[in-house]
Design a protein around this ligand. Structure first.
Ligand SMILES: Cc1cc2nc3c(=O)[nH]c(=O)nc-3n(C[C@H](O)[C@H](O)[C@H](O)COP(=O)(O)OP(=O)(O)OC[C@H]3O[C@@H](n4cnc5c(N)ncnc54)[C@H](O)[C@@H]3O)c2cc1C
Ligand code: FES
Length: 347
């Protein structure tokens, strides 16, 4: 089916397969459509159907809470075309970087599956062929018997790999979470679409990095640390990471974080904040190079932000309330320019 999108004086055209989400079809064809979550929650991919018929997909999608059905407003990440369609998109169509990788559909095999803490598991997905992605990007995953795609950020980084590493925080009422935690899913086939996302790291931008993660928000930031480590970015640029979890027992990736600190001791600062318990006496002894703190992660991170942002890119990832609570003070109090903040809200 042919999809035509009008944006100001520009017209974009692309083909969508039967049942394929309009956002995914457009991005696959290289059309720089607006989106954030790609999974129905944020509302960024709003469009109006001017001509043609669409299947709305997920009727209760939170992203279209304030949409007007009479005006035929839709979420492109949820709708698929039932005929040739003509759409208009009210928000800005973002311009991609030249080195962006067009996302595509893939079928992958879960090859590794292990628990990192009592409610965080790590798994790897093997793809049939190598692909590239930017550190900080995510894929959307669809598993057997669960409707719709869910977003997960890659933990690993490599230029050209057929392995994607993910972590997932248990959500007892979540459908995909239940599927993943109910039994060992090694050798299960899943559908994926990606890579997606613009909270990305690019060494050629030559930034210092200031990163704040809550819980599983650490995933994409681990990928950024890994890319920075591989290209020796932290030889000449500072990185401060603030990672918040509830208790010492909820802390994971300690070894990987210590390894980055050990490789670049002068430029890397890694701070772990426990919201519900104090650090252990061993952690407080300071022997492993990481700083352990008690309190909410933002209470420790915000005072450390440089007034005006400097030449620093700020990355925020984790629960949506945490990210929302950080963006305002970063812009209004620390005067960080909005284009020096990249974030992923884990809805
Ligand atoms: C960019 C990004 C990166 C993320 N990275 C991570 C990560 O690395 N690790 C992690 O643990 N979490 C991550 N999250 C959060 C994760 O995506 C959610 O926790 C996950 O969607 C929960 O899915 P669930 O099935 O367990 O919960 P559910 O409550 O069952 O579903 C939640 C989501 O699934 C989708 N959905 C539900 N029902 C339907 C339907 N009928 N049709 C279509 N879609 C539906 C919606 O997106 C909904 O918000 C990320 C989120 C975003 C936006
Ligand atoms: S991108 Fe479609 S609702 Fe978020």
């Amino acid at each position: 089916m042919l999809i035509e999108i009008e944006k100001k004086s520009q017209t974009y055209q692309f083909e969508a397969n039967a049942g394929e989400k309009l956002l995914y079809a457009g991005l696959r064809a290289g059309v720089p459509l607006p989106f954030e979550c790609a999974t129905g929650t944020c509302g960024s991919c709003k469009a109006r159907v001017d001509q043609g018929d669409v299947d709305e997909g997920w009727p209760e999608a939170p992203g279209k809470e304030r949409f007007k059905a009479a005006k035929r407003e839709i979420l492109m990440c949820q709708c698929s075309a039932q005929s040739d369609c003509s759409l208009s998109v009210p928000t800005k169509i973002a311009v991609f970087r030249d080195d962006d990788i067009n996302p595509d559909h893939h079928v992958g095999l879960i090859t590794q599956y292990d628990m990192l803490t009592s409610d965080v598991l790590r798994f790897e997905v093997e793809l049939p062929a190598d692909l590239s992605f930017h550190a900080g990007q995510f894929f959307v995953l669809q598993v057997p018997g669960v409707n719709g795609f869910r977003a997960y950020s890659m933990v690993n980084y490599s230029t050209g790999t057929n392995t994607l590493e993910f972590i997932i925080k248990q959500n007892p009422s979540g459908a995909l979470s239940k599927w993943m935690f109910d039994s060992d899913r090694s050798n299960e086939q899943i559908d994926l679409f990606g890579p997606l996302g613009r909270a990305t790291f690019h060494p050629d931008e030559s930034h210092d990095l200031f990163m704040i993660a809550g819980g599983s928000g650490i995933a994409g930031l681990m990928s950024i640390l890994e890319h920075g480590r591989q290209v020796n970015h932290f030889k000449h640029h500072n990185v401060a990471l603030y990672f918040g979890v509830r208790t010492p027992a909820d802390f994971f990736f300690a070894e990987r974080l210590r390894a980055v600190k050990a490789q670049f001791p002068d430029r890397v600062s890694i701070n772990i904040a426990f919201s519900n318990e104090p650090p252990t006496s061993e952690q407080l002894s300071g022997n492993d190079g990481l700083n352990y703190l008690q309190g909410m992660v933002h209470e420790h991170a915000l005072p450390a932000v440089l007034e005006g942002g400097g030449n620093t890119m700020h990355y925020l990832a984790g629960p949506a309330p945490m990210v929302d609570a950080l963006i305002r003070p970063l812009i209004l109090e620390s005067k960080v320019p909005a284009d020096k903040i990249r974030y992923d809200k884990f809805n």
